[in-house]
Design a protein around this ligand. Structure first.
Ligand code: FPP
Ligand code: MG
Length: 343
């Protein structure tokens, strides 16, 4: 990748995102990923089949598979079938984590629809996640690349670690930026890292190139979580399909709060507001005065700072790569599109 290409991407990340259309090869490969997901061994139980249909039938942008496919394309991988199967594994793990996450978060809505836990109950939600993980393992065994088994197994361990980490730090206002970024790596970025690393492994790249893809994926994942956490404050409920400021109401402290508390002029007021909110939530009372807190965060510039941190993370990830591609740049820009639609 030339320096010019890097600089122009850095500029475009801060401008209004201009996203190119999806190229035909990627449309076709994503269709193959969808077919692979739908072609998994069907369960015999009706409830499980319905719950899986509900989860798989509304797969979103297939972002993690796109990372595998785009990285594979960028490095000239010719093992297309293995790439598609590895991409499908990344998505299956992602959906399984969401099924479990919605139980942990007691979430009623996902992507604007009732969650599996809401429609079929906690047991079916947990077991459909487990079923997906089992099917992902089966797929991995069929790809026949033992290194991929290790990569995705490590991700599963990190995801559990990250989730318990988050559980332990609920309602703790003193989370540092380092703790927060570690949690982002564990609960989100590791799967993006694995999705990119898998492309390098399938393409049998030299080790430093595989590691560069992994590092890019990790940085992308941290940036993605930062944007997601920012949207929790800035997006309207209808566009994200879940309640606004839900993280904070669940006691989860994220970048906009941490960054605002680093501003001496605002730290005390924000601490007082969040403290009061946490006491309300822990006492089972409804949240009030969320708008006042949002205004304070806005005045402290913490939404802009969060976005800038996401851009820096992504840029740092891109610099790990020896070169990039139009499709990869496009994927990077897409991350910021929802921010321009904020409510
Ligand atoms: C969404 O976070 C959840 C995750 C990124 C990871 C969830 C991980 C687990 C439940 C543990 C591991 C599970 C398996 C199956 C190995 P969020 O709640 O911030 O996002 P949301 O707003 O989309 O729910
Ligand atoms: Mg959740």
């Amino acid at each position: 990748m030339t320096l010019t290409a890097r600089i122009s991407l850095a500029t475009s990340l801060t401008a209004t995102p201009h996203v190119e259309h999806t190229p035909d090869w990627l449309v076709q490969q994503l269709e193959a990923v969808r077919a692979s997901l739908l072609g998994m061994m069907p369960p015999q139980t009706l409830w499980l089949a319905d719950a899986l249909q509900h989860s798989l039938g509304r797969t979103g942008k297939l972002l993690r598979p796109q990372m595998t496919l785009v990285c594979g394309h960028m490095v000239g991988c010719t093992q297309t079938h293995a790439l598609i199967e590895a991409a499908a594994v990344a998505e299956m793990i992602h959906i399984a984590t969401l099924l479990h996450d919605d139980v942990l978060d007691d979430a009623e809505l996902r992507r604007g629809l009732p969650t599996v836990k809401q429609r079929w109950g906690n047991e079916v939600a947990i077991l459909s996640g487990d079923y997906l993980l089992a099917q992902a393992s089966l797929k991995l065994s069929r790809i026949g690349n033992i290194r991929l088994v290790g990569i995705f197994s490590e991700v599963l361990a990190a995801l559990c670690d990250g989730e318990v980490n988050q559980l332990c730090s609920r309602f703790q206002l003193d989370m540092t930026m380092t703790d927060y970024l570690t949690k982002c790596q564990q609960k989100t970025a590791c799967l993006f890292g694995a999705a990119c690393e898998a492309a390098g492994v399938v393409a049998a790249l030299p080790e430093p190139d595989i590691q560069a893809l992994k590092q890019f994926g990790l940085a992308y994942g941290v940036a993605f979580q930062l944007v997601d956490d920012l949207l929790d404050f800035t997006a309207d409920a209808a566009s994200v399909g879940k309640p606004v400021m839900g993280d904070l109401c669940n006691g989860i402290v994220t970048a906009p709060i941490i960054l605002a508390m680093q501003q001496p002029h605002y730290a005390a007021a924000i601490r007082q507001q969040v403290d009061a909110l946490f006491k309300h939530m822990q006492a089972g009372q409804p949240a009030d005065d969320l708008q006042r807190l949002k205004n304070l965060l806005q005045q402290a510039d913490s939404f802009t700072l969060t976005r800038q941190l996401a851009e820096q993370q992504l840029q740092a990830g891109l610099t790990r790569l020896p070169h990039t591609s139009e499709s990869l740049n496009n994927l990077c820009q897409r991350m910021f599109v929802p921010l321009s639609k904020r409510g």
